[in-house]
Design a binder for this molecule. Structure first.
Ligand code: SF4
Length: 338
């Protein structure tokens, strides 16, 4: 596939370019790549090295994103390219997200946006999820695919670290229906030391997505000793509740991986304590992640406490929501249901 000129950058003097796709705002000299490793300055033109190079594609339940209040039980055709603008020491997909630094050659299967749409249609997927690594860094592919998907009645979902700029969000949001954004910590030092990024741009993205009307759920991976203090979790939960108490918050269990192999898995009690902190802050829907069979996987009505959606892992066994309402008390349940 021909090299794709990047979107959202500007040319500078001496053949340099400034990328404003994500909040790193890389200034890239001729022949060099940005922090994500997949955008390269070629003679003063910024190009995407991953356009149409799909490294992963799967038909996933939407619950795996996780999105719990968005077409429950539906298929989400999920894709990724290599590369990421973060360097999280606890990355669960480091084999593909960090591949652009580890290897010079960009790997991936050649797929055009229309081929992706065909696969989504034939797998009866209601959505296309841009996920696994970071959709922002393969923005040109995500953007072109999302635009085409809408014309075929397919919705689009970003599963993202939330580091895109306001320019990027302004550009994509008409075609973006839902997002799960990682709020990895409520501490800037954690973002700097563990992820190679900053906290403030992520908070801004959450605010902008709400303002733009994108359905938003948030995930926090709880890592023992690193981001699980009661004080930090209270701050995080309050931020979300002040933004919108309807935001579902997924608190997910950590398993030792990549550069954090020496940290133990999150005890389920910590997840339950964080759940309580979320509800105390005023959030209506708080969920446990990576603990199959946990009570915190189910959706209970925030009005009357009725069981609305029964889940085990990513599997929905019962959905009692009717026309977006609780069948018991008729309370409207926030989400995208049809
Ligand atoms: S998308 Fe890549 S090149 Fe652009 S600002 Fe972010 S890290 Fe830098």
């Amino acid at each position: 596939m021909a090299m794709k000129e990047a979107y959202l950058y500007e040319k500078k003097e001496h053949e340099r370019v400034r990328c404003f796709l994500c909040s790193h705002h890389c200034l890239i000299g001729e022949g060099k790549r940005g922090i994500c490793g997949v955008r390269e300055n070629r003679l003063g033109t910024l190009v995407s090295l991953v356009y149409g190079k799909v490294i992963a594609r799967n038909v996933d339940p939407i619950e795996k994103k996780p999105l719990f209040h968005f077409l429950p039980g539906s298929n989400s055709f999920s894709i990724a390219t290599v590369g990421c603008n973060f360097k999280c020491r606890f990355c669960q997909n480091a084999d593909i997200s960090q591949m652009s630094y580890d290897q010079d050659r960009i790997r991936g299967e050649e797929m055009t946006p229309s081929m992706i749409i065909e696969d989504a249609l034939s797998s009866r997927s209601a959505t296309i999820a841009y996920t696994y690594t970071e959709p922002t860094i393969y923005y040109e592919l995500a953007h072109d695919t999302a635009r085409l998907a809408v014309t075929k009645g397919i919705k689009n979902i970003f599963v993202s670290n939330g580091y895109m700029t306001e320019e990027c969000l302004t550009d994509i949001h008409p075609d973006l229906h839902g997002a799960n954004i990682d709020l990895k910590s409520y501490n800037d030092k954690f973002y700097q030391e563990q992820c190679g990024a900053r906290l403030a741009p992520v908070l801004k993205t959450l605010e902008l997505m709400k303002k733009m009307g994108v359905w938003l759920e948030v995930t926090t991976l709880l890592i023992p000793g690193l981001n699980d203090s009661t004080k930090e979790l209270k701050g995080l939960a309050k931020f979300l509740a002040d933004l919108d108490p309807d935001i579902p918050w997924h608190i997910s269990r950590f398993h030792p991986t990549y550069r954090l192999k020496d940290v133990s898995p999150t005890p389920p009690e910590s997840i339950h304590r964080a759940n309580e902190i979320g509800y105390e802050a005023g959030l209506k829907y708080v969920y446990s992640g990576n603990i199959p069979g946990d009570k915190g996987e189910k959706t209970f009505c925030h009005g009357c406490g009725e069981l609305l959606i029964d889940r085990f892992g990513f599997n929905v066994s019962k959905n009692r929501i009717v026309n977006g309402r609780c069948p018991g008390c008729q309370e409207a349940i926030p989400g995208v249901w049809a």
